[in-house]
Design a protein around this ligand. Structure first.
Ligand SMILES: [Zn+2]
Length: 133
């Protein structure tokens, strides 16, 4: 029993930060990419990333609030990742990064695209640029 608890503790200490690191790396990569394309970082780079319960078919969602007195997008920016898909997303960093890349695109004000090669296409796709995450 003690060994199981110790194993779980070790897993928690060493696996969790590594997984969280994938989210962090993907976030940084996505914010930088979109910063270059859009000419600004949504919410000045202050994006909240969290896990949450989303509609079954969704892997992620983006939410921003915009202040009426300001032109730029995003005063509060949130990316929610599908909690029920956490282990799938952690197991596939390229997929996780692609979800974040798509959602940060929304935070720059981009809607869904009908271009099947676009990361903003409404049917989700894995992006090549996330290969080395
Ligand atoms: Zn979308």
């Amino acid at each position: 029993m003690r060994l199981i608890i110790l194993t779980l503790a070790v897993l928690f200490l060493f696996v969790t930060p590594a997984n969280a690191g994938v989210v962090w790396d993907s976030a940084e990569f996505s914010e930088e990419r979109w910063g270059q394309i859009a000419g600004f970082r949504p919410c000045g780079g202050e994006i909240i990333y969290k896990w949450g319960d989303l509609p079954e078919s969704a892997l992620g969602s983006a939410l921003f609030y915009r202040r009426a007195d300001r032109e730029e997008f995003g005063v509060v920016c949130e990316v929610t990742l599908q909690a029920s898909q956490k282990s799938r997303l952690y197991a596939d960093p390229q997929l996780l990064c692609s979800v974040i890349l798509h959602e940060v695109g929304h935070l720059t004000g981009r809607a869904h695209s009908s271009n099947p090669n676009s990361i903003m296409h409404f049917r989700f796709r894995v992006d090549e640029r996330c290969r080395n995450i």
